[in-house]
Each structure stands twice: as C-alpha cells, then as structure tokens.
Write a protein that binds this ligand. Structure first.
Ligand SMILES: [Zn+2]
Length: 239
C-alpha cells in the first residue's frame, strides 16, 4: 500500500480509538447524575410531606381548641338544666346538649384520624431521609470511581494523542487537511476500506473501473457517494 495511504489508515485507527475514549469519558458521569436526580426527587417529596405534616398539625390544634371550648359549653348547658323552669325550655336545652355531644364526638374522631395520618406522614418522612442517606453514600462511592475512571481515560487519551501527532507529522499537509476535514464532516470516519467493491463507510457499490484503479494503488481515491478516502481492503494486508 502507498505510504501516505497507509499512514492515513493508521491515523484513522488512532482517531477512532481516541473518539471511543472521549465518548466513554463523556458518558461516565451518567450514573452520578442519575443518583443526583433521584436525590432531588426524594427531597421534593420530603418537602411535600413536611407541608402535609404542618397542615395536619394546624388542623388538629384547631379542632382540639374547639373541643375545649365546646366541652366547657356542654358542662355549662348541663348545669343550666337544674335551674330551668319550663318544659319547653328544658326540651330545647336537652336538644342543644345532644347536638353539642354529637359535634364533640365528631371532633374527637377527627382528632384521632388526624393523629393517625400524622404518624403515617412521620414514618414516610423517616423512610425518605433514610433513602437520602443511602443515595448519598452511593454518590460518594460513585464520585471516587468517576475520578479514577476519568484519570485513567485522560492518560490513555494523552498517550494516543502523542501517537497521533507522530503519525500525523509524516502525512503530507494537504492530505492531512483533507483527512481532518472529512473526519469532521463524516462522523469521525475519513478513511474506509472497500471490500468486494462496497464502501464500508456508506455501504454503496464502487464502480468496477474505480475498484480496479483502487487495486492498482497508484493514487488516492475517494468514494463517489460519501467522498471518504477509500482503499482496497486486500491492500492493507500487503503493507
Ligand atoms: Zn462511501
């Protein structure tokens, strides 16, 4: 294979390796981000629960105060029964007493049910706090792991970049410019093999005449469909 083409093939391999590592580096914080999102969701839930706990507490105190007032009114009405003169007044007061008793019973029941709901909310709050501390532990582990992974990837990328530089400086500058341009506009792939007259970059057929030219290895050719620099796969073996 022509030396300039062979250098481009080598450069392409290194660039694809660098690209793969860069992608890995970009996606490595994903797990940490997912944990952060989960924590934010639970924190929002905790805020809702705290708000609900406050509402329940306020309502319970309100009903408890009403109950104190109404119990006092009840005992006052009950003592008035002793001093009432007429039957009509007596019946009216009895009816009033019954109504207060009934309303107070409803208040007592409401207080009980509010307390039960408050207990449930408190329990949910505790569970949510526990989940937060578990997630934060996981986050600490993940942060440390991410730091190590990033360091390792950076050092691999640095090594490959050095190799890239030493190969790139052997490539004629106009060819290198063309290569870099294609790489930028063709998803990182500028040089591709042609196997059985098919371009492995765009999977289209290469005209037979061009394929014959390619096998002669006399000059650099490009795919008529995707414009990538092409080489016959067979030639690569015969470096
Ligand atoms: Zn092509």
């Amino acid at each position: 294979m022509r030396q300039d083409l062979s250098l481009l093939v080598e450069l392409q391999e290194i660039d694809l390796d660098i690209k793969k590592l860069e992608e890995e580096k970009a996606s490595s914080p994903n797990r940490l981000m997912a944990l952060k999102e989960r924590r934010a969701e639970i924190e929002a839930n905790i805020n809702d629960l705290k708000e609900r706990a406050n509402e329940l507490d306020t309502r319970r105190k309100e009903v408890e105060e009403e109950l104190v007032v109404e119990r006092a009114r009840l005992s006052k009405s009950q003592s008035r029964l002793m001093v009432i003169k007429t039957e009509r007044e007596y019946q009216a007061l009895l009816k009033e007493i019954e109504e207060i008793k009934k309303a107070n019973k409803a208040r007592e029941e409401e207080i009980e049910s509010l307390k039960k709901e408050q207990d449930g909310v408190e329990l949910e709050l505790m569970e949510a706090q526990e989940r937060i501390s578990e997630i934060e532990k996981e986050m600490a582990v993940e942060e440390k792991h991410l730091e190590e992974v990033t360091k390792e990837l950076d050092s691999q990328i640095k090594e490959l970049s050095k190799s890239r530089e030493s190969v790139a400086q052997k490539v004629p500058s106009n060819l290198l410019k063309r290569y870099d341009f294609l790489r930028e506009h063709r998803a990182g792939v500028a040089v591709v093999a042609v196997e059985e007259a098919v371009c492995s970059g765009c999977h289209m057929n290469i005209p037979p005449q061009l394929f014959n030219e390619l096998l002669k290895d006399e000059k650099i050719h490009t795919c008529p469909t995707c414009q990538r620099i092409i080489y016959a796969a067979d030639l690569k073996e015969k470096k």
